[in-house]
Design a protein. Sequence first.
Length: 438
Amino acid sequence: MKQKLLISLFIIFDIIFLIAIFYLASYFRTSISSLHIPVYNEIILKDFLFFIFIIISLFHFEKIYTMKYDFWQESLKILKSFAISYFVVLSMLTILQTNLEYSRIFISFYFLLGMILMPMFRRYMKKFLYSFEIFKTKTLIVGTDEEISLFKNEIEKNWYLGQSCVEEKYENVIIISKGLSTEKLNKYISTYIQETSELFVVPYITDINFAHSNIIEYSNIRYNTIQIQNKLLLPKNIWIKEIFDFIAVIIILPIFLFIHTIIAFIIKLDSKGPIFFKQHRLGKDDNDFVCYKYRTMHIDSEEVLANYLAKNPDEVTYYEKYHKYKNDPRITKIGKFLRSSSLDELAQIINIFKGEMSLVGPRPYMLTESCKLGASQDFILKVKPGITGLWQVSGRNDLTFKERNDLEVWYIKNWSLWADFVILVKTIKVVLGKAGAR
């Protein structure tokens, strides 16, 4: 009963919001007046309701109302639903030969506004609804103590999932297979599937994202296979990623030139030396390249560091573990800000234009770090390094060298264009957060 009520509320709120977007798009279309744009024959809401029904139906098809998706996964499904709806609507109007009665500009406005605003609307709507404990799904988590703690922490922090952890009177069960024997896992599944209609099993393998994998059924022997692809090594995906990089860089070029002018001016005021710091880094296929950064250190930095380490030997131990110093005396005043906000790496857009780097990818490792990459070296160096990456939006200051490597291997194995977009959005949030905190 509670689940049906929640689904009904979601659908009602979505319909209300889609109607609001209708009037907003209509206002924008009416505001456009030009000799080159056809006169707008205003559409009545009741004539547009069928198109709203198509959107809601696709939401339902994507299981947006019945599954507890993470914000980014749900946002992708929302965008997909709007994109499909847009082409369905245009196709229907063409087939029925009624396209003259509808403004194509209005329809484009409507679906564009929906794609942009709907994810944000649902985020606030869910935050409101899930503030009431009654709407949260009571979830039992089963597994080893370490894995249970990991999942409980995620559910408590990620309110968008709309779940709360309980030990009894649960509505669904999450079984984490990692650390469990096959016999124990099967026993848990057999037990809990009799007590709840919703049972989720977390795969033992955690370095593969199965969300977009294809599952093939062998019905005669009652087995399944899960297709796993190294997507970032497929020629088609490499081509798509390079086009995405090129378009994105062209779009942000005016902003980059504006910020570059300001940073260059401040660096020159702050200390003597060049604007850029250039250093050879490991690139794709183990080919080194000259990596650009804005200079953040004094030009006599090595002498300053030697004197500092002689007085602070504990910094040597810290560097061996994290590959950085807690208090680096070589860094200039403006350099501290550029590093903390990651703006020093913005200069690597030059490397993207030269075809040596990507917007998103593994970090560009120093030549001296080659031997420390271990077994993951060949894998990481099969792709271009990036200005930002998964490690940079996953608490980079708290990660060890190995943990960063693991994240980069995970990124390469599970690459998608949507993942790159999410990382870029999160990077902007991280940069603005750190810049604003100074």
